[in-house]
Design a protein around this ligand. Structure first.
Ligand code: SF4
Ligand code: SF4
Length: 443
């Protein structure tokens, strides 16, 4: 851990000045920014944050002073498509965090804990296997039930406790095993499982694989793959993020596949940005390009494939965009088109679907007040459109909105009318159920 942050010492800092000076301060991005919408503060807007980074880079401002503004940024990147000058806000944010994070005064134990989680449990294939095993053990031993019954975690660590209490129940999480469909002669798909996705929402991965197989794909799950590195990049651990990128590129180079597919908008955005991450590394830049050119979001690929006959999925369904799927990957229509293909499903567009739900990786835990405010506003909109199912396409959104559905059912969302419980399902789960219903109808 380095010493305290220095004032007006620009030569010791490598803040992204070149990118920051591209901002012409027009303010077109303000309306898109959720933290500006809530606070009304310039310092909590994209324009304000870029100006703070620039001022610190030029030595006019103590870099410590800009940390609170960067911390409250969700990293949703809604400001990027809104910007007429093409300012690379995501790069500015991640480069600034990578530069300032090691200088942040932090209690020693907290620093160690973050390191264990980021570099150990989420940073290594063995760490992911261990996390998955520990999570299963936690449920199998009945600790999850005990913690939920007593509400002890919600009292001691409210943000974490609320998140834990909203995780899918063991029955759902255990779901049916992967599909038994014969090998199709469609595209060969290498499946990227993710980290938290594979630990807490593995049933979604299994549903996605069944759908891909039903659509004729040959699905492989390359062993040795790890976390995409997005969480490391968001939290300023650039070195660990790049290590994840190199590992994943290497692993997926070993398999012959037409596409590399994942179900999490945030992970997919990181995988597609590996060429930017590794642009300065002559050994890896070309390999990163080749890797990223094969990456597709699940909805992006399945939208292009013929599906077997779908059975009815009788429900009013609305869809919350994943910020990184929409703002970074530019995937807007495929999830909606897929939902509209399902018979019986009544699709209702969610007003403000493009605005962040407040998930943002670990933002739910690190900025609980802002995160809950955005979540409650989102759930009030869901209640208003009268949907019984909320479709999602990203891991943190999925967990966050499960928590939102629980808050809604408990009457804790201010201003929302009383509603029947809302189910939160990934689009892959909805398609999987419709395919199974279609097969039952045909049989
Ligand atoms: S990433 Fe999201 S929260 Fe951060 S400045 Fe841009 S729009 Fe605002
Ligand atoms: S829209 Fe772009 S150029 Fe305009 S203030 Fe925002 S970041 Fe700067």
């Amino acid at each position: 851990m380095s010493g305290p942050l220095k004032l007006r010492d620009p030569e010791t800092l490598r803040l992204p000045l070149e990118a920051a000076v591209q901002c012409m301060r027009c303010g077109f991005c303000l309306a898109a920014c959720p933290t500006y919408q809530v606070t009304g503060l310039e310092t909590q807007s994209p324009r304000g944050r870029i100006h703070l980074v620039r001022s610190a880079a030029e030595g006019w401002l103590d870099p410590a002073a800009i940390l609170p503004a960067l911390d409250l940024c969700i990293g949703c990147r809604a400001c990027e498509p809104a910007c007429p000058a093409g300012v690379p806000y995501g790069q500015i944010l991640e480069a600034s965090r990578a530069e300032l994070e090691p200088r942040r005064p932090r209690p020693w134990l907290e620093g160690v804990a973050w390191r264990v989680v980021l570099r150990g449990l989420l940073g290594r294939p063995w760490g992911l296997r261990l996390s998955r095993w520990l999570y299963r053990l936690y449920r199998a031993l009945g600790l999850q039930g005990l913690i939920r019954r007593t509400g002890v975690l919600e009292r001691l660590l409210p943000p974490l406790g609320e998140l834990e209490a909203s995780l899918p129940s063991p029955e759902r999480a255990d779901g049916p095993a992967r599909g038994k469909a014969p090998l199709g002669n469609g595209p060969r798909v290498a499946f990227f499982s993710g980290c938290v996705q594979a630990i807490a929402l593995d049933h979604v991965n299994q549903a996605a694989i069944r759908v891909l197989e039903a659509a004729g794909c040959q699905v492989l799950i390359p062993p040795g793959q790890g976390c995409c590195g997005a969480v490391h990049a968001h939290l300023g651990d650039r070195e660990a993020a790049l290590a994840q990128a190199r590992r994943n590129i290497e692993v997926f180079e070993q398999v012959e596949a037409d596409w590399i597919v994942n179900v999490a908008g945030g992970c997919g955005a990181a995988l597609k940005e590996y060429p930017d991450w590794l642009a300065g590394d002559p050994q890896w830049a070309e390999r990163a390009q080749a890797f990223a050119s094969r990456c597709r979001d699940f909805t992006e690929l399945v939208d292009q494939l013929p599906l077997p006959e779908l059975g009815p999925f009788e429900a009013a369904v609305t869809y919350q965009d994943s910020c990184h799927l929409r703002n970074v990957q530019g995937v807007v229509d495929p999830p909606r088109r897929l939902l509209r293909r399902v018979p019986g499903l009544r699709y209702v567009e969610l007003p403000g679907a493009a605005q962040c739900c407040g998930a943002g990786g670990v933002y739910t835990l690190t900025q609980p007040a802002m995160s809950r405010e955005l979540l409650d506003a989102k759930m009030a909109q869901v209640a208003q459109v009268g949907a019984s199912v909320l479709a999602v396409a990203n891991t943190p959104c999925h967990l966050q909105l499960l928590m939102g559905a629980r808050r809604l059912a408990q009457g804790r969302v201010g201003g929302a009318p009383a509603t029947a419980p809302v189910q939160v399902l990934h689009i892959a789960e909805i398609l999987d159920r419709a395919i199974q219903a279609g097969a039952r109808g045909a049989g």
